[in-house]
Ligand binder design. Structure first.
Ligand code: A2P
Length: 276
């Protein structure tokens, strides 16, 4: 079966397509519009954006122009990392809907436990407030599932203790080399679904010689090995590309990585991302 038609089921019963199209670092305008259009044309039905990516307008327009019924596409956006109170969270959500040109969202996430420019800051109370606003929007039917992103077990614990709803999703950077074991174990235990952003290590994993060896053995590309590895871990990878051939390649998943190679890939350690 075409993997783009396959879904996972969140703890509230909502179905989420297994592979999502990531749009981080795709510029608003032609780039975002064209790449989302190409993803939809090639069968993707799960699109991931964020207020912070500043491309919601073009992403929404591409989705609307595709003429695919809105309910057939799973769309995620995220609350900006610096918004840590109830009122502003509500306002930001309305802004996101307006940017996208939608009546509702499938998934809305707190983008990070702290503002990006104050990483590590304790925003526990603010996260509880922001999540409370999201719970209300969820209960009003304006969002089908709510969650968080970049949350550690202690960040999640804070929400579980102080809010009503256990987040349905935690979206984290997860790829070969960065095993995220503690967070993934915690999420499994609490039935929080994991989405994996940067499945290719923002591209840097593709030159890893061990991954290339496995790719050769399976007669696949390194990108396909990286994405399939995550699917076999039971998470939803969110690969990004602005090239149609790669968008297609990243969803050709009609093969299985055997246990022996999964174990070999598990042994690769280190985060290859370079933040220059
Ligand atoms: P481009 O958008 O120019 O195709 P990640 O999903 O981990 O963030 O990785 C995204 C990066 O990997 C982008 O730079 C993207 O470049 C590149 N990329 C995506 N898919 C492929 C592919 N199949 N082969 C090679 N590079 C890819």
């Amino acid at each position: 079966m075409d993997v783009l038609k396959e879904t996972y089921t969140l703890s509230n019963g909502v179905k989420i397509p297994k592979i999502g199209f990531g749009t981080w670092q795709i510029e608003n305008g032609e780039d975002a519009y064209n790449s989302v259009s190409l993803a939809l044309k090639n069968g993707y039905r799960h699109i991931d954006t964020a207020e912070g990516y500043q491309n919601e307008e073009s992403v929404g327009r591409a989705i609307r122009d595709s003429k695919i019924p809105r309910e057939e596409i799973f769309v995620t956006s995220k609350l900006e990392s610096n918004i840590k109170n109830y009122e502003d969270a509500k306002k930001a959500f309305e802004e996101t809907l307006k940017n996208l040109g939608f009546e509702y969202l499938d998934l809305f996430l707190i983008h990070a436990p702290w503002p990006w420019n104050e990483m590590g800051k304790d925003c526990s109370a603010g996260n509880v407030e922001a999540f409370r606003a999201m719970e209300e929007l969820y209960e009003e039917g304006k969002i089908r599932a709510i969650g968080v992103s970049n949350f550690s077990p202690s960040d999640l614990e804070n929400i579980i203790k102080n809010n009503k709803i256990v987040p349905h999703v935690n979206q984290i950077g997860y790829f070969i080399g960065l095993d995220q074991k503690e967070t993934i174990d915690y999420c499994r235990e609490h039935n929080i679904f994991v989405e994996a952003y940067s499945p290719l290590g923002i591209g840097y994993l593709l030159s890893n010689s061990d991954i290339q060896k496995v790719a050769e053995k399976y007669d696949r590309s390194a990108a396909q090995i990286c994405i399939k590895y995550l699917l076999q871990k039971g998470v939803a990878p969110l690969p990004k590309s602005v090239h149609e051939s790669r968008i297609i390649e990243n969803a050709q998943m009609d093969f299985v990585i055997k246990e022996e190679e999964m174990n070999f890939l598990d042994k690769i350690k280190g985060d290859p991302r370079r933040w220059e």
